[in-house]
Design a protein around this ligand. Structure first.
Ligand SMILES: C[S@@+](CC[C@H](N)C(=O)[O-])C[C@H]1O[C@@H](n2cnc3c(N)ncnc32)[C@H](O)[C@@H]1O
Length: 317
């Protein structure tokens, strides 16, 4: 792994960076899209690997992340174009700058440590802040609006489906009972309701009892899962022959979606895609030790087959 200091961009240590470079194989003068710019650590490595003629299209739906990423990308700033938007609109973003084809895509899904630790964003039960959780703070409903307005059954379903929380009904019931007295305003209030609603044994388990509910609300607020398959379809439409898309996910719901979408893409005869990672690529022991976020990271890679490779494969077979 390269110098950790270099990659620790203002509080976020990107994961699987060496592996991204290995699989993406950035080439001199290549054009790459980082669909989840974050603090720009991985983007900086891609640009470094491309050399002075490389080009990076950097997308994030969080305008604050884009501001912060300017710092990490300073040495390459002339080679980057920044776009504040959701990667589910990938095709339209590329159209808006007249780009038809690129050499590779990166999706490093989820949220950054900076978003998580900023109390004002409301992502974490460990920081006291407003119940917001929107990555794009300019639009959409907040977590507060969901927990205070959603019917109990719907809330329970979200907590079950997106948090894989087996106590979803119990937690939803407690939230609805609490909000009848007064609306839930802060992350601490919500965490405390959840904590009080679960049995004592669950309260002292390996995970904080609010972990899964917070994950579920974040996924729901940002409509995270719904963006993945459409974005991957748009990405492969724009891949140059031999180009690759690397997708890093952090929980089983995301990874399953990526796996099925990749399979679907290889079955579309017009796309000519092949999956390069039969099993997802995971972090080394060293990286897992240094960066706890890396422990749950899984990367899958898909490639657009070059005609010459296809012919070669035909000859060999
Ligand atoms: C795990 S961080 C990426 C970290 C990045 N690789 C780095 O080196 O700092 C994920 C980023 O993707 C952004 N993001 C998540 N879903 C998105 C979406 N659908 N569209 C655009 N950006 C998204 C988040 O706002 C966050 O900044």
């Amino acid at each position: 792994m390269s110098d950790e200091g270099e990659l620790k961009t203002q509080g976020h240590i990107p994961v699987l960076v060496d592996e991204v470079i290995f699989w993406l194989q950035p080439k001199p003068s290549g054009c790459y899209v980082d669909c989840t710019l974050g603090l720009g650590g991985t983007s900086a490595r891609i640009l470094q690997a491309c050399g002075k003629n490389g080009r990076l299209i950097a997308i994030d739906q969080d305008s604050h992340a884009i501001e912060l990423a300017h710092e990490a990308l300073k040495p390459y700033i002339d080679n980057v174009s920044f776009h504040c938007g959701n990667f589910r609109d990938l095709g339209a973003i590329l159209d808006s700058i007249g780009v038809q084809q690129v050499d590779g895509f990166l999706f490093d899904l989820g949220i950054s440590s900076v978003q998580l630790s900023d109390a004002e964003r409301g992502f974490s039960f460990q920081e006291d802040g407003p119940l917001d959780m929107r990555m794009d703070a300019s639009q959409g409903v907040t977590a507060g609006e969901l927990v205070n307005r959603m019917p109990e059954t719907e809330l329970a379903n979200i907590i079950f489906e997106f948090g894989e929380e087996r106590l979803s009904r119990r937690i939803a019931r407690a939230i609805v009972r609490e909000r009848a007295n007064s609306p839930l305003r802060t992350t601490s209030e919500l965490a405390s309701v959840i904590q009080r609603s679960v049995p004592p044994a669950y309260r002292h388990g390996r995970l904080h009892p609010a972990t899964r509910t917070f994950q579920a609300l974040r996924i729901a607020v940002n409509n995270e899962l719904a963006a993945i398959a459409p974005a991957l379809h748009q990405a492969v439409d724009r891949l140059a022959p031999g180009g690759r898309a690397c997708v890093i996910s952090f929980h089983s719901l995301e990874d399953r979606l990526v796996k099925y979408t990749f399979r679907e893409l290889t079955q579309q005869s017009d796309q000519g895609m092949r999956i390069l990672t039969k099993k997802p690529c995971v972090a080394s022991d060293e990286e897992r030790r240094k960066n706890p976020r890396a422990r749950s990271a899984k990367m899958r890679v898909i490639e657009k087959i070059e005609e010459s490779t296809e012919l070669l494969a035909g000859v060999v077979l």
